[in-house]
Design a protein around this ligand. Structure first.
Ligand SMILES: Cc1cc2nc3c(=O)[nH]c(=O)nc-3n(C[C@H](O)[C@H](O)[C@H](O)COP(=O)(O)OP(=O)(O)OC[C@H]3O[C@@H](n4cnc5c(N)ncnc54)[C@H](O)[C@@H]3O)c2cc1C
Length: 292
C-alpha cells in the first residue's frame, strides 16, 4: 500500500533532532534505517504526520571499546557490525545476532538503535542485549539518561521507556572478561526470516570455573523481549555442565510465553527455546575457553 502523507525533515545533529521532536510532539517519528518504520507506514499501521530523518548525524555511527566498555552509536548499521574487526574478534554473540538479521540489503540500512527502539519481540538484538546486560544512552530536552536494558522494555509490545522527545544515542556493553563467553542461536523458517524462537546466552566464570554472571534473553516467544531471570539465577555459583545447562534450559522454556501462529504451535516454540538455550550455553562455554 502507499503510505499516508507526511512531512519530512532532516536533523543534522542530536540537539536538532530533539528540538524537532519537541516542536512536533506525538505527531513525529524518528526515521533511522526505515526497515521497520517504512513497512508500518505502508501497511498504514503507523501514521505519523512528520518524519525526522537522523541518517545524516554521522556522530551517531561508531563502534569503539574504551575503559572496559563497548560503545556502539545508535545509527550503526547491521552491516557495519558484520564487518567490524572488533566485533568479529571480541563479541561473537553480537556477530551471531547481526548476521542473523534479515538479509544483506536490509542490513545495509537497518540500525542497531532502530532495532532496539522499535521493541519488536521478534527483533534479534533485544534478547542479546538482555543477555549481555547492556545499557542504553538516551538524550532529551532534560539531558542524558543511561537506562539498563532490563528497564528499557516495558512488557508491552512495541513499547519502551524512551520519552517522546528523547532519542536513543548509544548502546553500552561491558567488555568481555578473561573467562566469559556468549552466543545467540535463532531458528528461522527460511534464511532472512524473523525467528521462530531465539535464545541469547552470556556467562562469566571465576577462576574455579563457577558461573559469576549469567544472562539469558529470548526472541519472539512472548509479547515483549523476555529476560529468563530464573534460568539466569539457577546458574550462579555452579559449573556450566550438562546438569546446570539442562536445568537452565528448562527454566528458560518455562519463562517463554509463545502463541501459536504461522511459525508453529506454541508447544513447538517452547521446546525450541529449550533446545536453543542448551546450544547457546554450550557454545558460550566453548567460546569462554577459547575453543572457537
Ligand atoms: C524484510 C525484513 C526482514 C527483517 N528481518 C528481521 C530479523 O530477522 N531480525 C530483526 O531483528 N529485525 C528484522 N527486521 C526489522 C528491522 O531490520 C529492524 O527492526 C531494524 O533494525 C530497525 O532499524 P531501522 O534503523 O531500520 O529503524 P526504523 O525503521 O527507522 O525505526 C524503527 C523504530 O525505531 C524508532 N527509532 C529508530 N532509531 C531511533 C533512535 N535512535 N532513537 C529513538 N527512536 C528511534 C523509529 O522512530 C521507529 O519507531 C526485518 C525488516 C525487514 C524489512
Amino acid at each position: 500500500m502507499i503510505p499516508g502523507s507526511f512531512d519530512y525533515v532532516v536533523a543534522n545533529s542530536v540537539p536538532e533532532a530533539i528540538a524537532l521532536l519537541e516542536q512536533h510532539g506525538d505527531a513525529a517519528k524518528i526515521l533511522a534505517g526505515g526497515q521497520s518504520l517504512i513497512p508500518l507506514l505502508r501497511f498504514r499501521l503507523a501514521a505519523p504526520s512528520v518524519l525526522i530523518d537522523i541518517n545524516r548525524i554521522g556522530a551517531l555511527e561508531y563502534i569503539r571499546e574504551t575503559d572496559g566498555v563497548l560503545h556502539i552509536g545508535a545509527l550503526t548499521r547491521e552491516a557495519e557490525l558484520d564487518d567490524s574487526a572488533l566485533i568479529r574478534s571480541r563479541y561473537p554473540i553480537l556477530l551471531d545476532t547481526s548476521t542473523g538479521v534479515a538479509d544483506p540489503v536490509v542490513r545495509n540500512w537497518a540500525t542497531i538503535g532502530g532495532n532496539l527502539a522499535h521493541a519488536d519481540p521478534a527483533n534479534d538484538h533485544p534478547a542479546t542485549m538482555l543477555a549481555l546486560g547492556a545499557s542504553l544512552v538516551t538524550v532529551g530536552p532534560k539531558g542524558e539518561r543511561v537506562i539498563p536494558i532490563a528497564e528499557f522494555f516495558t512488557g508491552s509490545t512495541f513499547e519502551t521507556t524512551l520519552q517522546p522527545s528523547e532519542i536513543l544515542t548509544e548502546i553500552r556493553i561491558p567488555a568481555p572478561t578473561e573467562r566469559s563467553g556468549g552466543a545467540y542461536f535463532k531458528l528461522e523458517r527460511k534464511v532472512g526470516d524473523y525467528a521462530v524462537a531465539g535464545v541469547a546466552a552470556y556467562v562469566t566464570f571465576d577462576s574455579n570455573a563457577l558461573v559469576t554472571y549469567a544472562g539469558i534473553g529470548l526472541t519472539n516467544v512472548g509479547s515483549y523481549p523476555i529476560k529468563a531471570h530464573a534460568a539466569e539465577q539457577a546458574l550462579l555459583g555452579k559449573p556450566l555442565d550438562d546438569v546446570s545447562i539442562h536445568n537452565a534450559a528448562d527454566l528458560a522454556e518455562a519463562a517463554s510465553q509463545p502463541t501459536s501462529d504461522t511459525r508453529g504451535p506454541a508447544e513447538y516454540k517452547r521446546a525450541m527455546v529449550r533446545v536453543l538455550c542448551v546450544r547457546a550455553l554450550r557454545e558460550a562455554l566453548k567460546r569462554s575457553r577459547g575453543e572457537e
